[in-house]
Design a protein around this ligand. Structure first.
Ligand code: ZN
Ligand code: ZN
Length: 587
């Protein structure tokens, strides 16, 4: 998991197939020039932020922190019109004359604008996803991120609340036939988050020397705002909804959303088919390893006839090797230097010692999220620190901690660190931040980011990490099945009709997950769509690209050279990295 980057991708987004761009409006060729394109990019972003202050705040652009836009027809029309104008402006550039970096930016901008049009005109989640009106995240961001003095942030917070009651009045007008699952989630999140406005804001005010009279005004407005949020949740609770929309996206919307969000060269259906194949392959490999390992752990005890049962028993046994709850954070601290040493010894990629990864205890406001995650500097703060947030298991009930530690056992804890940090997300982000494009940071491609992390796990193991132990490989396959089955699950549920029980069986029996993990995944798939495809899709495309690249360069192939060239394009969609890396002469 990676914060921030995906947060931005999750907001408003995406299209009108082939709207414009058919060569009809060639116009003056001002765009022959990369310099002109760079100027245009800046005005494009400035315009985008003005219309989407929440989004701007979340990427670290703070000029519009004090604004909250009422989500009505008028503001949506403005956004659609903005997209139309930008698509037109883009069409005046001759994309093939731009350099590789700008070419990719061009495609990203075009995709984003088409995506916005599609979201507003076709998908219309503002009518059926009450969660899309949750404004609390941005308030929490303003409160918790230390980008400006506290008093300044609190005054923006205060101004931003001015429109809040009107905002929720409008939301009630827009919602038509909300999805039941999304409605429950929205109620939960609004009631769960209102403390930011009701309590955290007041607590923070006490730490400033803002005059008492001014503080009084600020607190009064916070009170009114909190009431508006609770009122919205109550309204949702009592909303009469005879024909709720299904939580399933449907095949047509699914393919379109996949196209805009993942930007793969494949369709969702093709990726799904490949994932099913991959699952079969992994099961076969796991069975082979398990057969070999069986006597070591079970002696002469008979092997279960069913190979999935056999694999499950071995995984269960290996999962017992784990650290104690109090050692969780220090164990992670000990793994990272080993990974660094291995990456250096194998010369996979150059590590930049001036951008260290800082391991820290998970900050309070993140608590309850995953046990470990990366926080990377945002697009407008590239010199900021990278943090590896590690949650403490202190105070967890023993059974919950045990289950968690079995999941993140001696083997998978190492894989987790590879994925999140070295040479996974952290290393990729250091490279991405060297690619100077703001566009790529803002519209960062989730499939590339997650795909690289998954690819790097396999690269480590393929080169002998973990002493080539079959146990390590078996546990990686289990971990990898999560990515593969995420794709199978997401597609089957949203483009098909997979019932809950079948989904749980897929996850527990075929991906060897615990019941609690499977239940959590079902909940996630019933309130999100497409994002779960990014891990496997990205992995598949990078692996295939490496094979094609090997063929192209022949004897001159070096893994390090491939990795560094690949990373140099930033968090761009894989299809465009592929175009650049496989282009004739583009070596
Ligand atoms: Zn990840
Ligand atoms: Zn145990």
């Amino acid at each position: 998991m990676i914060k921030k980057l995906l947060f931005t991708a999750a907001l408003v987004i995406a299209v009108f197939t082939g709207c414009k761009k058919d060569g009809s409006s060639v116009g003056p060729l001002q765009g022959k020039d990369d310099a002109a394109f760079a100027v245009y990019e800046n005005s494009f972003l400035e315009g985008l932020w003005k219309l989407n202050p929440d989004w701007a705040t979340s990427v670290g652009y703070h000029k519009y922190d004090s604004l909250l836009v009422i989500p009505n027809d008028q503001s949506r029309d403005k956004m659609v019109n903005f997209a139309k104008v930008q698509i037109d402006s883009l069409s005046r550039f001759e994309v093939n004359t731009l350099n590789d970096a700008n070419k990719i930016d061009y495609h990203l901008m075009q995709n984003q604008m088409e995506s916005i049009q599609w979201n507003i005109k076709q998908l219309r989640s503002y009518q059926w996803d009450p969660g899309s009106y949750n404004v609390i995240g941005t308030f929490a961001y303003i409160l918790n991120e230390h980008y400006a003095p506290l008093a300044k942030r609190l005054r923006n917070f205060y101004q931003r609340m001015a429109n809040l009651p009107a905002y929720y009045k409008e939301a009630e007008k827009q919602i038509k036939n909300p999805v039941t699952e999304l409605t429950s989630l929205a109620i939960e999140q609004h009631l769960g988050g209102v403390g930011v406005i009701e309590k955290d804001f007041a607590d923070s005010l006490k730490k400033t020397n803002i005059p008492q009279s001014e503080q009084k005004l600020m607190l009064d407005r916070a009170h009114v705002s909190a009431e508006a949020i609770k009122g919205f949740a109550e309204w949702l609770k009592t909303l009469k909804n005879d024909h709720p929309r299904s939580f399933r996206l449907g095949k047509e919307f699914y393919e379109a959303k996949f196209k805009y969000d993942i930007q793969s060269e494949f369709t969702a259906q093709q990726i799904y088919n490949a994932a099913v194949e991959r699952k079969r392959y992994i099961h076969r490999e796991m069975a082979k390893i398990s057969k070999k390992l069986w006597p070591k752990y079970f002696g002469t005890k008979a092997r279960p006839a069913d190979s999935l049962d056999m694999i499950a028993q071995l995984i269960d046994t290996l999962s017992a090797k784990h650290v104690q709850p109090g050692e969780f954070q220090s164990a992670i601290g000990n793994i990272l230097p080993k990974l660094t040493a291995f990456v250096k010894a194998k010369d996979f990629v150059t590590l930049d010692p001036t951008k260290p990864l800082i391991v820290r205890k998970e900050p309070g406001y993140m608590a309850g999220v995953a046990g470990a995650s990366m926080s990377s500097p945002g697009p407008y703060d590239k010199d900021g620190n990278s943090y590896f947030n590690v949650g403490s298991l202190a105070g967890w009930p023993a059974a919950k901690a045990e289950s968690y530690l079995r999941e993140y056992n001696q083997y998978t804890l190492q894989i987790l660190c590879i994925h999140e940090a070295i040479p996974g997300h952290y290393v990729q982000l250091v490279y991405a931040n060297k690619a100077p494009s703001l566009i790529k940071s803002v519209f960062g491609n989730g499939a590339m980011v997650e795909g690289w992390a998954v690819y790097s796990e396999e690269m480590m193991l393929d080169n002998g990490y973990g002493n080539d132990e079959p146990e390590m490989r078996l546990m990686w396959y289990k971990w990898h099945l999560r990515s593969v089955c995420n794709t199978i699950l997401d597609y089957s549920v949203h483009a098909g009709n997979m019932p809950k029980q079948e989904a749980i069986t897929l996850l527990t029996r075929e991906a060897f997950q615990q019941q609690a993990e499977a239940d959590g995944k079902w909940k996630r798939v019933s309130v999100t769509s497409v994002q779960l495809d990014s891990y496997y899709t990205g992995y598949k495309e990078i692996t295939e690209l490496r094979e094609a690249y090997k063929k192209k360069v022949g004897d001159k192939y070096k893994l390090k050279e491939f990795n560094e060239k690949f990373l140099s394009y930033g968090s761009a969609p894989l299809r465009y990295i592929k175009d650049a890396m496989l282009a004739k002469g583009g070596n």
